[in-house]
Write a protein that binds this ligand. Structure first.
Ligand code: N0T
Length: 523
């Protein structure tokens, strides 16, 4: 058989990100895809630790693994490239039937150039660092140095060219140029070169994006001038790196953010100044046209903070993708709220069995027990992943995560139906106040398949559906349990009686329901 475009039968389309009218989709193998991922620890990017990656990723049931590719590893000596680890990783990912996200640790890896080769990070004259106003030097490279930009671009372009020539399988679906860019300990570069640029005019592209009038950075942005200036130049720098990479091989690319607190952000420099924090998203959108989306790294387990971050990054001009999140058990439920914002993916961090833990951001040591709640959440979504992905891309997906002290949540499904998600109830008849789960572990996900048809799953939650109209009551037409296999619904049984009389109850069992609703008149 020949593919529709006349190419060879096994030629798969290049993964693509599409954004239209405020709706977003990551297309993998030609259709919307949800990244149900696991990110490995930073230094698991060698063949030996990779052995401790796969068992954890299998236990997690992830469809994608995010792995660092260090500049020091692919260009240890200037102009001498070594892609042996990349090749090894591609081969192993295919053997394990996983897709990959490659994380380019180069000019910025959490503010610093520690993953840059020694010929870069040890040569401050050729590759200068950020200088603070008091003249002290920070371990963060300046975004104003042309030599650094050209060296990073060249290496990244070589990596992307190598992928183009060695990944017809499209094992790699996303690329993250840099990691949590920005500068800690200072708001921007005050070197003479940077200062000269700072005293010049704000670029027209930024002015027009923000609807502002021309002037110097200080005139246009006042007290926010230093941070905005740094953000613009970092974003523009990364954009040029991405552009060089995409010229070789146009995979979708994103930048991840080290967040500032959503309510008490503090001062730039206390958080990574110049990164894609919530206050700089518009600046990044204006500066980085080759970047498909800006992704939060969420290490805030508290419900209101977490969901506020989701709201701030899920925008008509930005698809929500949680590039990293903590791997402590209380985070597992946030998969559901993330997808409920029509997210394209969610990736807990530190999902390997190497002897390291990033506690207090995550667990002290990743074990099968710590992975279990994440693997349950992934299993629920996996059975209908392509259907949920399609629904997300069309704005038809609702999802919630349990909030401590709020045992019931209400969700509008469409004009005809609403849902209540209740936590901590037995599966049978129950009278009294809804208790909530002893720990906040519940969540639910509901995709609208048609006006009266929904795909429903969840964990440790009861889903009850109500007609929006007065004078009618719900009657289930069908509540089919099953799963999708190669896009076809595989029916297992019809739920009725005790299984539906008290709502649709989800526990830690892997269950997906295709529900067809009807009403009868009560008056
Ligand atoms: C993340 C990870 C890794 C509430 C931390 C988070 C990863 C990087 N950084 O394990 O280093 O490569 O992207 C920074 C969180 C700052 C502290 C937040 C306190």
């Amino acid at each position: 058989a020949t593919a529709q475009d006349g190419s060879a039968p096994d030629a798969r389309p290049i993964p693509r990100f599409v954004s239209d009218n405020g709706r977003h989709a990551l297309l993998v193998d030609g259709a919307p895809f949800l990244v149900l991922g696991g990110q490995v620890h930073n230094s698991s990017n060698y063949p030996a630790p990779l052995e401790q990656v796969w068992p954890a990723i299998e236990a997690l049931g992830a469809n994608t693994v995010s792995v660092s590719i260090a500049w020091e590893q692919i260009e240890p000596i200037e102009d001498e490239f070594d892609f042996s680890f990349v090749d090894h990783l591609l081969e192993q990912a295919r053997e394990h039937d996983k897709r990959l996200i490659l994380l380019w640790f180069a000019t910025w890896k959490n503010n610093g150039p520690n993953y840059a080769p020694r010929w870069v990070k040890l040569d401050n004259d050729r590759f200068p660092r950020v200088v603070r106003q008091d003249g002290t030097v920070l371990n963060s490279l300046s975004p104003h140095a042309e030599a650094t930009l050209q060296a990073d671009r060249k290496a990244f372009a070589a990596l992307m060219a190598h992928l183009r020539d060695n990944d017809a399988q499209r094992t790699v679906i996303l690329v993250q140029p840099q990691n949590e860019p920005g500068t800690y300990g200072g708001v921007r570069d005050f070197s003479p070169l940077a200062q000269q640029v700072f005293e010049g005019p704000v670029p027209e592209a930024l002015l027009s994006h923000l609807g502002k009038s021309p002037g110097t950075w200080r005139e246009v942005f006042g007290d926010d001038a230093d941070e905005t200036f740094h953000a613009w130049h970092i974003a523009h720098y990364i954009d040029q790196v991405a552009q060089a990479g995409k010229a070789e091989y146009p995979l979708p690319m994103y930048i991840n953010a080290a967040l500032r607190g959503p309510f008490n952000p503090g001062q730039p420099g206390q958080y990574a100044s110049g990164g894609p924090t919530d206050n700089m998203l518009d600046v990044y959108k204006a500066a980085a046209k080759n970047i498909d989306l800006l992704a939060p790294d969420i290490y805030m387990p508290e419900y209101v903070s977490y969901t506020t971050v989701l709201e701030r990054y899920a925008r008509p001009d930005n698809a929500l993708f949680v590039a990293e999140t903590g791997n402590a058990p209380e985070y597992a439920r946030y998969l559901f709220a993330t997808l409920g914002h029509n997210g394209i993916g969610w990736v807990p961090f530190g999902m390997d069995y190497t002897p390291y833990g990033n506690y207090p951001l995550g667990v002290k040591r990743t074990t099968p027990e710590t992975i279990a709640p994440f693997s349950l959440a992934f299993a629920q979504v996996n059975q209908g992943m392509r259907e949920f992905a399609k629904a997300a891309s069309e704005g038809r997906l609702r999802g919630v995560s349990e909030q401590p002290g709020v045992p019931e949540q209400h969700v509008k499904l469409n004009d005809r139906w609403n849902a209540t998600i209740a936590y901590g109830l037995p599966h049978f008849w129950f009278q009294g106040a809804v208790p909530g789960n002893p720990e906040p572990i519940g969540g639910a996900l509901i995709a609208e398949l048609g006006p009266d048809e929904f795909l429903v799953t969840g964990v440790h939650a009861r889903v009850t559906i109500h007609p929006a109209d007065q004078g009618v009551a719900l009657i289930y037409d069908r509540v089919e349990e099953g799963r999708y296999v190669d896009g076809e619904w595989e029916f297992q049984r019809n739920w009725n009686g005790d299984q539906t009389d008290y709502g649709l109850n989800f526990s830690d069992a892997v269950q997906l329901l295709r529900v067809t609703l009807a009403t009868y008149r009560t008056t």
